[in-house]
Write a protein that binds this ligand. Structure first.
Ligand code: PGA
Ligand code: ZN
Length: 427
């Protein structure tokens, strides 16, 4: 069995797609095998997420600097790990968590820890001479079978668009597409049609939200969904047959004092479930993410029961890629799909455990980027290597998003793998 000896860890503060600092790290292994990786950062974050370490110096990047996290890699982790051999990713990640000493990476920072976890994985792939997606599959003990289906941001609201519309993301899923290449072409057509619609209906030019989605002042949640259908049709696709939708309600962010404040309406949990049920009846939705708040455990099972077999009940902030929360959700039948964001848990191994739990329960998996991204493209390899059903990267504008789609095109050409079969009928 091969082992991987770390000879140098080194980090740097770089900027993400919102111009905020984040962490880039490089790992060198004995033999000179060297690779680097950068970590993303969310804005619509869950409370149970691992903690990013920020400098807190209000005079510099409004406190968001990552110099301490960088130092934790280049000094603390470098000194703690230099010269040490690891047999596996799990062994390295276990040691990272031990050196941090907190359950949520608070001391060294999830940004520092994940940067090392990813850079190490890439360096190991280089040492083995295999593509990163294959190495990710090996880490998880999986065979490469399929490519993830795209869920691409069309309209944005919530925390990614100044909170002027309640729903965070209306996403496109090209269900008839046979390849990533075809899927992207379909998304492009709908995006252009939507841009024209936004101009005609709302008099707004192409202003984009954090993930590149269009963000006019929609009067209500329903019009975001209805306008998406109109754009699909205008682009010459059959809604639900050619191109379907996915929805991220991100409802934790409008849940206050036990009620959902959806635009001008105030709904209790039962009314919110009924509203989501209506949306699923009226619109071809393949998944509904965070339909209820991250703390509304009591009502998630009813939501899942209502949606089962019609659309996926997908947990993002609700689960935070945390194995303990996923186990509880499986036991209470509170969801049937996991949104997987590696930096919510801090290491590749933690995320692999989360994915394995979800898969063993028969759940579907969406591998997701963050709203603050970098030009790094490891997410595409991860989604392929771990056999994700869907990938969620944002819109098809902005290079930090395109880096992942373009990598998927390369992987598709290299492997000739088919797209994942569709989980739930979208009609
Ligand atoms: P983020 O959220 O801003 O925390 O990355 C994206 C999402 O809710 O899916
Ligand atoms: Zn979300």
């Amino acid at each position: 069995m091969s082992s991987f000896t770390i000879t140098r860890l080194h980090a740097r503060e770089i900027l993400d797609s919102r111009g905020r600092p984040t962490v880039w790290a490089e790992c060198r292994l004995a033999g000179g095998f060297t690779a680097a990786a950068s970590v993303p950062s969310g804005a619509s974050t869950g409370r149970a997420e691992a903690i990013e370490l920020r400098d807190g110096d209000a005079q510099r990047y409004r406190g968001l600097g990552c110099r301490r996290a960088v130092e934790n890699v280049s000094v603390t982790l470098h000194e703690g790990l230099r010269g040490r051999a690891f047999a596996s990713q799990a062994e390295l990640d276990g040691e990272l968590m031990r050196l941090d000493g907190t359950p949520n990476c608070r001391r060294l920072g999830a940004n520092a820890i994940l940067a090392v976890s990813l850079a190490f994985a890439r360096a190991c792939a280089v040492q083995h001479g295999v593509p990163l997606y294959r190495h990710f599959a090996d880490i998880a003990g999986l065979r490469l079978c399929t490519l993830p289906r795209l869920t691409v941001n069309l309209f944005s609201g919530g925390k990614h668009a100044g909170e002027q519309s309640p729903l965070q993301d209306i996403l496109l899923t090209p269900v008839a597409a046979q390849t990533t290449d075809e899927a992207l072409a379909a998304v492009f057509a709908v995006y252009q049609a939507a841009a024209e619609l936004v101009w005609k209906k709302y008099g707004q030019r192409l202003l984009r939200a954090d993930e590149g989605g269009l963000a006019p002042l929609f009067p209500d949640a329903e019009s975001m969904l209805a306008d998406a259908i109109e754009a699909i049709t205008a682009a010459g696709h059959a809604a639900g047959i050619g191109v379907a939708l996915a929805l991220d309600v991100a409802s934790s962010h409008f849940f206050h004092e036990g009620c959902y404040h959806l635009g001008r309406e105030t709904l209790d949990s039962a009314a919110m479930i009924a509203r989501i049920d209506d949306w699923v009846t009226c619109y071809p939705l393949v998944s509904v993410e965070d339909g209820l708040s991250e703390e509304d455990w009591a009502h998630w099972p009813a939501l899942r029961a209502r949606l089962a077999g019609r659309t996926l009940t997908l947990g993002d902030d609700f689960l935070c890629t945390q194995p303990a929360r996923i186990e509880r959700a499986i036991a209470t039948r509170a969801a049937d799909a996991l949104l997987l964001k590696v930096n919510q848990v801090g290491t590749l191994t933690g995320a692999a455990q989360a994915a394995a739990l979800a898969r063993a329960a028969g759940w579907k998996i969406t591998v997701s980027a963050r709203s603050g991204e970098t030009e790094d493209n490891w997410l595409a390899d991860l989604a392929v290597g771990w056999g994700a059903d869907f990938i969620k990267v944002g819109s098809i504008t902005q290079s930090e998003r395109l880096a992942k789609y373009n990598r998927l095109l390369v992987i598709e050409a290299e492997t000739d793998l088919p797209l994942c079969p569709l989980a739930v009928s979208s009609r």
